[in-house]
Design a protein around this ligand. Sequence first.
Ligand SMILES: Cc1cc2nc3c(=O)[nH]c(=O)nc-3n(C[C@H](O)[C@H](O)[C@H](O)COP(=O)(O)OP(=O)(O)OC[C@H]3O[C@@H](n4cnc5c(N)ncnc54)[C@H](O)[C@@H]3O)c2cc1C
Length: 202
Amino acid sequence: MKDVVIIGGGVAGLGAALTLGSSEGSKRGRIETLVIDNGKSDLKKAELHNVPFVKKGTSGVEALEQLKKDALEFSSVEFVEDSVLSIEGEAGDFTIKGEKTEVKSKFIVLATGAHELNIILNGKKIPTETHELMPKDGMIKISFNGRQKFKEGIFIAGLLSGVTTMYATALGSGVEAACAILSEIGGKTVIVHDFKGSRDKK
Ligand SMILES: Cc1cc2nc3c(=O)[nH]c(=O)nc-3n(C[C@H](O)[C@H](O)[C@H](O)COP(=O)(O)OP(=O)(O)OC[C@H]3O[C@@H](n4cnc5c(N)ncnc54)[C@H](O)[C@@H]3O)c2cc1C
């Protein structure tokens, strides 16, 4: 049983994974996290000149690889390549089925981008709406309440949550989803902040 399965390993999903992974070096402890991704991030077409702390001219592919590497340096984070087909169950006991993978988790982050969403949740298509901030037609989002929360145990991040299509906004919503989950697990507001030397002993 994973604590969190993140469906979609673009900037939003990997940003959520990095934040959840960083919990393992803090007093909050390990959050066992799996990212499932089928390799079609929009970022793969980009060359970046306006992302804070990303060197100008970095390709989207390189930026994604670096983000993935950073997240996977935390041993509580794993990554598999697969397409998720369905989710069954309720908060605390979800079963996520892909073409090759079947895994259980307590929480889910949906970070599949703005393209059509074909994942079946408890036998039904997940309801989506038009993503009105996207510059091209046919793009979708999911509405949520409060902190990226779609329903108990399921959080939405990235373009799927309706943010403007920019690296930094997608990343921010993934981090917000991760902190919302950490807060639910902790039973109070939780963030993970390091300070100089705080990981030296680990
Ligand atoms: C040509 C182009 C240039 C761009 N240039 C810039 C720029 O210069 N600066 C900037 O800030 N932004 C830029 N962007 C925008 C940026 O790429 C997006 O805002 C960002 O990638 C959105 O991140 P995301 O994680 O929400 O979605 P994505 O990056 O699209 O990631 C979604 C991931 O989910 C996966 N997925 C989907 N369904 C499933 C499933 N069922 N199972 C498993 N995995 C699944 C996909 O394969 C994908 O990897 C550009 C976009 C494009 C298209």
